[in-house]
Design a protein around this ligand. Structure first.
Ligand code: ADP
Ligand code: ADP
Length: 229
């Protein structure tokens, strides 16, 4: 589903590569934790998948397509098939839960009847049943992140990218957020989650890819946060 083929990324004005010679193959339906210290290249890895950045060397393939061959007018189509969740939720403050999730479908022209059917289903899936009419500022941080996940998933993307999704959430609530991402993964969606959350990584035992100074220093199935040796 996602193949990094000897990818090096050097930002203009930077001497040190943000990623160097990265080779990672992520299959359809996998769940991958991307770990490593701040500045190790995690966000760059995620941005390359969205074609928000281009490799300086090497190739990124998503769903069998080499992104360097993807014409600019097809980039929005790629991004529509990839859901994104961030540390800071990024909800629309003047829309309620239903409207925040529905908006993701309205902008791609889905019919109202379809929206009325699938949005409540996804609100239930993320554990917010009964809260469709709440405004973001009436929700806890964990609930706001559930809305953000619902919005990212409502279009049934093939890939979900999560950048520090539990970074602003207390540990007990983070487990619930992670269970929602796990549930989404079990529907067949490939999930890549960049995180510093050692407790979460150790509790869920998924594949772990660790970056250090832009290099992959560990790629472990059912891994832990810290080096296990
Ligand atoms: P992480 O997400 O692990 O914190 P990043 O991918 O954000 O790592 O950053 C990797 C390296 O690339 C860092 O040295 C960072 O300063 C640099 N970097 C990231 N984004 C940019 C950018 N837009 N322009 C220049 N340098 C960048
Ligand atoms: P209506 O009967 O209101 O027209 P439909 O259920 O026939 O609604 O679907 C209308 C449109 O919604 C279709 O053209 C399709 O693009 C989209 N659609 C339907 N089901 C799905 C789905 N599971 N995921 C994404 N889009 C869908």
């Amino acid at each position: 589903m996602i193949h990094f083929d000897n990818v090096t990324k050097v930002y203009p004005s930077q001497n040190r590569p943000a990623l160097q010679h990265v080779n990672v193959a992520i299959e359809k339906g996998e769940f991958l934790f991307l770990v490593g210290p701040s500045g190790s290249g995690k966000s760059t890895f995620l941005r390359l998948i969205l074609k928000e950045e281009r490799p300086s060397q090497g190739h990124v393939h998503v769903a069998g397509k080499d992104l360097s061959r993807l014409t600019n007018w097809k980039v929005p189509h790629l991004r529509r098939r990839i859901g994104c969740v961030f540390q800071d939720f990024r909800l629309l403050p003047n829309k309620n839960v239903f409207e925040n999730v529905a908006f993701a479908l309205e902008v791609i022209g889905k019919p109202r009847r379809f929206i009325g059917k699938v949005v409540p289903e996804v609100i239930d899936l993320v554990g917010l049943e009964g809260k469709a009419h709440r405004m973001p500022d009436e929700l806890s941080g964990g609930e706001q992140q559930r809305v953000a996940i619902a919005r990212a998933f409502v279009n049934r993307p093939m890939i979900l990218l999560a950048d520090e999704p539990t970074g602003n959430i207390d540990p007990a609530t983070s487990i619930g957020i992670m269970k929602v991402l796990d549930r989404i993964n079990r529907t067949g969606t490939t999930v890549v989650m960049a995180t510093h959350d050692a407790a979460i990584v150790d509790a869920f035992r998924k594949r772990v890819v660790e970056l250090e100074d832009g290099r992959v220093v560990r790629d472990q199935s059912r891994g832990v946060y810290g080096q296990a040796y």
